[in-house]
Design a protein around this ligand. Structure first.
Ligand SMILES: [Zn+2]
Length: 57
């Protein structure tokens, strides 16, 4: 058995930011970035924006 545990980074994780009220959408690499995009769009437009986490392969 190997002692070293292979720790997979989640560098391939993506966050899909989608506006439900207009065609705006964005894919961000971090939840923080996604939340920022979301809150900026909500603040500017009052639209409803959802963030979905996409798991990488
Ligand atoms: Zn919008």
């Amino acid at each position: 058995m190997s002692k070293t545990k292979s720790h997979r980074s989640n560098a391939s994780a993506r966050y899909h930011v989608v506006c439900r009220d207009c065609p705006t959408e964005s894919v961000e690499r971090t939840g923080v970035a996604a939340a920022q995009v979301r809150s900026e769009h909500v603040a500017e437009t009052g639209h409803r924006v959802v963030v979905g986490a996409l798991s990488g392969e």
